[in-house]
Design a protein around this ligand. Sequence first.
Ligand code: PBG
Length: 334
Amino acid sequence: MTVSTLFPAIRMRRMRRDDFSRRLMRENHLTVDNLIYPVFVTEGQQQRQPIDAMPGQVRFSLDELLKEAEIWARLGIPALALFPVVPSEKKSLEATEAWNPQGLVQRSVRALKQAVPELGIITDVALDPFTTHGQDGLIDASGYVVNDDTVAALVKQALSHAAAGADVIAPSDMMDGRIGQIRLALESHGYVNTRIMAYSAKYASSFYGPFRDAVGSAGALGQGNKYSYQMDPANSDEAIREVALDIQEGADMVMVKPGLPYLDIVRRVKTELGVPTFAYQVSGEYAMVKAAAQHGWLNETAIMLESLLCFRRAGADGILTYFAVQAAEALRKT
Ligand code: PBG
């Protein structure tokens, strides 16, 4: 066995001894600028319906959402990601409600941009809230999600969001070619500054369970799965191809989803492609932290801030997280 001759010239612990030197050598930082808050919006008034598997998160009716949005903007949160809870009578095989100019998302975007113009509004482009079967696209007789007809529907949905004033369109459907088609349509309709945040590397994950309950697509999906379009959790090179394609087709930002278990993908995307890279700490990840904290098994605030910092270290420019408000408040105090 050889003993290092560098010791004691090098003692790694020296720099860790005091707060000042720890701060000086800190490589990554988490700030409120890195936080995007995903929120659920439902029909009705004065609604704040709790979501069982997501303690602390609710489905807001638009009037309540507007009140909170001002508070979140004042906290410094840059943007919200909107997810609609669609009543079953508005769901159909064709998902036409998705591009209704008077739909819940479209109305919410208009109201939010009017009330809190400085808050960025991100809308989800995918058909699952609007289909009777809970799939993200249109299906054929065998139940297979057909690509090109779905893309045509997604283009209509994206245009209706842009028309309502959405700042960022975020396609989460994983159809082939949708970024290019949406970009072309936005350009040809004059929406040249509408940003696209592509859910490029979206995995077929079991971590989405609580979200599907929150938006009510779980029941519709039943025993169905999304394996024919969302990515296999076993794959990494494929994620790089997906991201590269979306960038080539006109995405401004890309996303990896879920978050913590997929930080290796975040790092590869950032290193190999050097593009604005986002990660989604999804509903199941949030539920795990909340559950452990409720049992007194983990320190919630510490785990929240540590996990969000880890996204930054992995290369994420920003994080979509249900902890956004709680983290913004905690960061104010530190
Ligand atoms: C729908 C969509 C999902 C999520 C965001 N957009 C669920 C899914 O793909 O089934 C999941 C978010 C979360 O779990 O927090 N296209």
